[in-house]
Design a protein around this ligand. Sequence first.
Ligand code: LMR
Length: 328
Amino acid sequence: IGYDNQVFQQQQLSTDIEQQGLEDQITLAISHVVAEDTPKGRSLAKFAELVEKYSDNSIQVKISPNGMLYNDHSEVQALIDNKVQMIAPTFSKMTAYEKSWEVLDLPFLFDNEEQVEKVLTSRVGHNLLNMLQQDKMLALGFWQNGFKQMIAQDGLLREPSDFQGLVTRVMPSTVLEEQFNLLKAQPIRASFDEVYNAIDTNSIKAMENTLSNIYSKGFYKKDRHITLSNHGLLGYAVIMNKDFFNRLNSKQQDAIKKAMADATAYNYKNAQRMNELSYQALQNENMHFAELTMTQINHWKTVFSPLYKTYKNSENAYFLRDIQSVLQ
Ligand code: LMR
């Protein structure tokens, strides 16, 4: 094509771009470690859809699931370095950055999902979220997955003594590690993307996780025993790179805030349902299930009581007091 024609095509292209507002288009990259068909995967997809809509497509969202970009070890640093702009790690994984968050890892802190929502949306929830606001991190809110259950290879775990010597995978969290030390198990920290292989090669024999994570990652294929212990919460901190957010125009910032509020409502409504669906799917896989009796729960609680004592003696004790008073 001749020179004039090229110039004309370039001019036409710039006009098209201006008309569509594409010159201002920004990409928001999100990385996460779980499967797409999970409470976190679905909530992020909802958030993405809404951000694009509310920003009139001036923000395009790109989600990379399954730890394909960054895993547990690397995703927070990737966010700080603005290699990705948003992540949603578990509360447990954030305890390394903010010690007060250990309170959310305490076993049997919550009896049900309603209590979780009550606390996370209360003033103490707001205060905990504020603790996470740091130089490069903008904590947008809390999401939930649900309660963790115990899954094991060699039998159903009912009494604390059943854990004796069991090599058990934990997320990077001092409280969770201590929880399994108190059960006299052998906790080992492993990143989520390492778990399948560790189960497959028998390097771990048990773990705690939600039914949606257990089902969507196929952990049940080798570990056939699930104790429906509901002993601990698996929740997420939704975090954005602060510089990225500050550089957006005010309309785009509003789009992010509104999409986050709507996706959070969606998350609270759907997380429990997704775990119920995973429960049905796991039943169809003929897994062995056990529920704990009140007596067994009390045995577990007695074993875990030093965790509460430690937190109560820490400088963050007031978070526990505040949570307990919200729950009264
Ligand atoms: C895990 O590591 O077990 C979970 O944190 C994965 C997740 O993000 O739900």
